[in-house]
Design a protein around this ligand. Structure first.
Ligand SMILES: [Zn+2]
Length: 239
């Protein structure tokens, strides 16, 4: 088993909201992509873990993802000790992704920042021959996707061609996100508001506009990125 990309999500729906377009773009190009949810979303104000699992499965199918996994590290109290590192290392050594997409170092939900550190650490430790069991594997890079808090992106992916597929994945999360024409009898939350739904599009349009396309998804990299030909970095469209 060898994945090109593994997107690691703290809670079900995180990666679909933050980088679902990028995942759809990768699978459309024949890349092998997996999603790992670190928690089952049991502390969410809306929906049940069972419901959220089904929603995650539907969303993964919409994005063309071939591998979907869940850990149970504690929604709302994310645990990040040695035992949790071992669980993540086992998944990394099984799926062997070249690239990992994970949460940013700081965000509104404290679980996201904790998950960032856990993902960074596990990706490094997974490459150590004398750590744990199994064939060592270290992803070549870990990039952060953007959730609530903005940061200066290292690069932006043009997701215009797959925007509808991202919306399909978001439509799967009936319990979490506002769906036009459907009202659930559950407490309102910021993420479930119509404004948040509009903000997902607004952010994608904002970052898309910066690279002269309709929709973009921003990412951060701890290290500078290399490029063989600087012209590949020149945006198209009107400058
Ligand atoms: Zn989250």
């Amino acid at each position: 088993m060898s994945l090109d990309v593994l997107a690691i999500s703290t809670h079900p729906d995180d990666v679909e909201i933050a980088c679902g377009g990028t995942l759809a773009l990768l699978t459309a190009r024949g890349r092998q992509v997996g999603i790992l949810h670190l928690t089952c979303g049991e502390a969410g104000t809306r929906g049940t873990p069972e419901e959220r699992r089904l929603e995650a499965e539907t969303a993964a199918t919409a994005l063309g993802v071939s591998e979907l996994g869940f850990l149970d590290l504690g929604d709302g109290q994310l645990r990040t000790g040695t035992a949790e590192e071992e669980l993540l290392i086992a998944r990394l050594r099984h799926w062997r992704p070249r690239l990992v997409l994970g949460p940013a170092p700081r965000d509104r939900h404290p679980d996201h920042g904790r998950a960032h550190r856990l993902v960074e650490d596990a990706c490094f430790y997974s490459g150590l021959a004398r750590r744990g069991s199994g064939e060592p594997h270290r992803p070549a890079a870990v990039f952060s996707y953007m959730q609530h808090d903005p940061f200066e992106p290292s690069f932006i992916v043009d997701v215009t061609s797959v925007w509808e597929r991202k919306l399909e994945a978001l439509a799967a999360y009936e319990s979490q996100l506002h769906q036009q024409g459907s009202e659930r009898d559950e407490p309102p939350t910021k993420v479930a508001s119509p404004e948040y739904r509009s903000a997902i599009e607004g952010r994608a349009r904002h970052y898309g506009q910066l690279i002269n396309v309709a929709f973009g998804e921003p990412f951060g990299s701890r290290l500078p990125l290399s490029v063989a030909d600087p012209l590949e970095l020149v945006p198209g469209g009107l400058s």
